[in-house]
Design a protein around this ligand. Sequence first.
Ligand code: BES
Ligand code: ZN
Length: 837
Amino acid sequence: MVNTHRKLILNIYCSAIILPQICICSQFTSSSNDQYNENPGVFPVATNGEPFPWRELRLPTKVIPLHYDLFVHPNLTSLDFVASEKIEVLVRDTTQFIILHSHGLEIMNATLQSEEDLRYKKSGEKLTVLSYPAHQQIALLVPEKLMADLRYSVAIDFQAKLADGFEGFYKSTYRTLGGETRTIAVTDFEPTHARMAFPCFDEPLFKANFSIKIRRESRHIALSNMPKVKTIEREGGLLEDHFETTVKMSTYLVAYIVCDFASVSGTASSGVKVSIYASPDKWSQTHYALEASLKLLDFYENYFNIHYPLPKLDLVAIPDFESGAMENWGLVTYRETSLLFDPKTSSTSDKLWVTKVIAHELAHQWFGNLVTMEWWNDIWLNEGFATYMELISVNVTYPELQFDNIFLNDCFEVIKSDSLNSSRPVSKQAETPTQIQEMFDDISYKKGACLLNMLKDFLSEEKFKKGIIHYLKKFSYRNAKNDDLWSSLSNSCLESDFTSGGFCYSDSKTTSNTLTFLEENVEVKDIMTTWTRQKGIPLVVVEQEGRLLKLRQERFLNGVFRDDPEWGALQERWYLWHIPVTYSTSSSNAIHRHLLTSKTDTLYLPEKTSWVKLNVDSNGYYIVHYEAHGWDQLIAVLNQNHTLLRPKDRIGLIHDAFQLVSIPSDVLKIVYSVGAQTTEGWNYLLEQYGLSLSGAEKNKILYALSTSKHQEKLIKLIDLGMEGKVIKTQDLASLLYAIARNPKGQQLAWNFVKENWTHLLERFELSSFPMRIIISGTTSHFSSKDELQEVKLFFESLQTQGSYLEIFQIVLETISKNIKWLEKNLPSLRNWLLISI
Ligand code: BES
Ligand code: ZN
């Protein structure tokens, strides 16, 4: 009653006495925005010229979403969509505005209902909507304060075009065998693109339930995260699918698709229905994915001892897809080559890739979907874990694929970039959408996974597994940060431990976050923060002197040696890791362990031994150098009987010695490449490219086409990639990458990028994965000072236009390293070449 009275007075006051603009400002004179009181001038300006009441990129937390009712009606002929939503919110602290994310949406109407309004079926009160595109935010101004601890319902009508790119709610097309082009509509939201499809609290911490309704034509089907409850007929012959309400989840995992795809289905042991969808002509390539996803789902449900919580899981091959796959809860989307397997044209390595991607995305259903990182700075908790779980699950479900080797290769690959000064720590602040996007790199995925593997080896598989299950159960439907993981891993109890008050104790000395290692108390957090908060990789230098084993650690930098002038500065005092060192010796098969927490240390070997090999099975994330006779002794062992060292130890030695390995060439690819060297062969392959239904085969053909020595053919390929019909735009990045690897294409690809920069930006977001591949792929092989200067100037010109990416720094450092390497090694290379000729 009091509220209604105040509302009336305020309305009269606003409309009759004071200018509307001042009236809106007066709403912020409340305690809900003290900053505004102190300094109203510093507030941003909304599109209509009025002050926008929120300055931060992160949303305020006074209002949180509980439930979204989302209705979407895409029109696949006019290529746009109309939509509406009702967000039930809880007000945690009094406020006079609600800030939501919204990007590129036309908001037609916004209204607010209190619980009282809902109870008495009172219609909503119209809200003023301000828009601040620089932060992709809108502000809903309420005429009267929202009261703490009350729930409200916000209703918004909005519309937009289906996006042209690969983000938000976008259109994708495919060609049927009969030559007809068909359009589908699909979502892809991670990390910050849900806001392109509906106004929302687009941050991972704001978990809510979603009830989704999709209107469609009868020739299409609609898919979403949950199973369909019912279909209702609407006017004009349209149908409307209503989906079950989701579990509590983050916005970036919401998904829906309108398409005309065909599917195969099966049932997992737990009763979950698993289906694989593809365009009708590719239906016959879906069967391997069904087999693999059923096996892997069974594996994860058993391993985690936590049910996959939804009744169904769909895996869909999308004809135009920017990344490899996306783990939307219950509706995982894939690039066609990451899901489809054609026994006629796909190779073993294609099968391995499909298995890997399925294993990765299914692992996310727990690591990422059930338990989500609090913020994107810790995206490695999602991606590092999903990558680590690939190893665990594929080793058991498909042992013949020998996934151990793939995993080791991933570690070697990230070591390459992590040993450059331009690397970054695993956890790193990220604020803007561009910075957030840049977090999806090898450091989050591969270094994250390799560190987890090292920790598992240190704690024991059993204890590590208990710890991560503890973490998943404790934080289900919630968010977690690094420290939550470390404490779960410290507190995971084995059968032999005793428990009290939720903690486990191995002996009376042990405290809540401590575990015992070699009779000493160590904290997982103390060890792991040395790996996640500082960039780079340590070099362990070892020297054996009789029964003494002297250890030293320093930062390893690729191409920078002790006698280089910059070595000292690049070491910096804070580069110190807690390294779980393991070693084996000539005198026993036992794995010896030591935690190296200082710069230097000396160990006493239990018995006399002729050689020592560090980093058993290459499980540790460090490089080893053997001083004195160390290398010689190991080489002697290898020459005498290489089986005395385990396979992964031998691989590790080669890696550490040479610092390089990443690619057995595919025979088919080479056959095609030979064929592509004549004009007839090249034209024939291009024709086959257009006809092939197998993505795996298309990849191989495209690679072969890019090896032509004729520049006009390479130009034609780029033109086709830009046009996006025969060669899809999604494949342009890998095409340019391949062309830049061809000596006849290097300069061509680079010139193209420079000259067509704005056209590329029309197709890809600046910070997107393809754009980063294009930039590094066409530049990082340069090795002369002139080239370095040219690339530098180009990057600087982009920076002055306001475009900055971390990859610029990485590329410049890589080129400098190439120049240095060449300067150092060219004379001996020349000699070597002369001798071998
Ligand atoms: N969550 C990612 C998809 C993604 C990538 C979203 C980049 C936003 C930015 C997904 O789980 C993923 O990691 N996909 C990989 C494939 C995987 C097997 C490594 C990809 O797309 O490359
Ligand atoms: Zn992932």
